[in-house]
Design a protein around this ligand. Structure first.
Ligand code: PXP
Length: 247
C-alpha cells in the first residue's frame, strides 16, 4: 500500500469522556487506540485538560505506552509542560483552554501576548523541541498568527477549521475557506508543516482536502459519533476513504 499523502490523527477524548462520565474501567482506551491504528489512523490525539474532564493522567501514560504516534494537545502551563516532558509524546499541540468551553473555541491569541509572555512561550517550545517533541500551534487562519508561529519556533501549525465547519452547514463557507488556503500557502512558504482540525466531518472533509500542503488532519467528534452506528473500525475507514480519494 502506498503511503497516504495526508495523515489522519484520531482524537479519542470522546471515548475517554464516556469512561470518565461513570468512573468505569470501560470503554478500554487501549482497545480504542489499537482499533484506530489498525483501521487507518496515523496518530492518536488526546487533550489532557486542566479540569480533567475526559482523559486522565494515567490514561495518557498508558496510551503513550501503547500507541505508535501520540499527539498531545495541551495548554501552555507549567503543569502541562512538565507532564509533556514526562509523557514524551511525538507531537505537542498547544491549544488555548477555557474552563467554561464545551470544546476548544478558538486559536491561540499569539498576537495579544506581552513580550514576557512571548519569551516564555518561545522558551517552552524550545524545551519541548529540544527534548525531541515536535511542537504545533493551534491557530486561527490569520497571516499574523502564522508568522508569529514561525517566530516562536514551532515546527507546525494546526489551522482551526471550526468556523469553516459552521459555515459549511449553511453553505456559507467560502470566506473561511479562502482564509485556510491563504494561511496554508503562507505557512508552507515559511517551512511550517500544515495540519488542520476541529469540526471536520464526513460532509465537509472533501472540501478541506482542497487546502494545499496539508500534512495531517485531526478529527474526533464526527468519527466517534459515526461509530455509534457503524462501529469505530468502519467509521475510521470511511473517513480514511474520503482523505485518500481526494488526493
Ligand atoms: N484539533 C484541536 C486542536 C482540537 O482541540 C480538537 C478538539 O478537541 C480537534 C482538533 C478535533 O476536533 P473535533 O472533535 O471537532 O473533530
Amino acid at each position: 500500500m502506498s503511503t497516504p499523502s495526508v495523515l489522519l490523527g484520531v482524537n479519542i477524548d470522546h471515548v475517554a469522556f464516556i469512561k470518565k462520565s461513570r468512573e468505569t474501567s470501560y470503554p478500554d482506551l487501549i482497545n480504542a487506540v489499537k482499533l484506530c491504528e489498525n483501521s487507518g489512523a496515523d496518530s492518536i490525539t488526546i487533550h489532557l485538560r486542566e479540569d480533567r474532564r475526559h482523559i486522565q493522567d494515567d490514561d495518557a501514560i498508558l496510551i503513550r505506552e501503547h500507541c505508535r504516534k501520540l499527539n498531545f494537545e495541551m495548554a501552555n502551563t507549567d503543569e502541562m509542560i512538565a507532564f509533556a516532558l514526562k509523557l514524551k509524546p511525538d507531537f505537542c499541540c498547544f491549544v488555548p483552554e477555557n474552563r467554561d468551553e464545551k470544546t476548544t473555541e478558538g486559536g491561540l491569541a499569539l498576537n495579544e501576548m506581552t513580550r514576557d509572555q512571548e519569551n516564555l512561550f518561545k522558551k517552552n517550545i524550545d524545551i519541548l523541541e529540544e527534548s525531541g517533541v515536535e511542537v504545533s500551534l493551534f491557530i486561527d487562519p490569520e497571516e499574523e498568527s502564522v508568522e508569529k508561529s514561525k517566530q516562536l519556533g514551532a515546527t507546525s501549525i494546526e489551522l482551526h477549521t471550526g468556523p469553516f465547519a459552521i459555515g459549511y452547514e449553511s453553505n456559507n463557507y467560502q470566506n473561511e475557506f479562502q482564509k485556510l488556503i491563504d494561511a496554508a500557502n503562507l505557512a508552507n512558504s515559511l517551512s511550517l508543516k500544515v495540519n488542520a482540525g476541529h469540526g471536520l466531518n464526513y460532509q465537509n472533509l472533501s472540501q478541506i482536502m482542497k487546502i494545499p500542503y496539508l500534512n495531517e488532519l485531526n478529527i474526533g467528534h464526527a468519527i466517534i459519533a459515526e461509530s455509534i452506528f457503524i462501529g469505530l473500525d468502519d467509521a475510521i475507514k470511511k473517513i480514511r476513504r474520503i482523505i485518500d480519494n481526494s488526493d
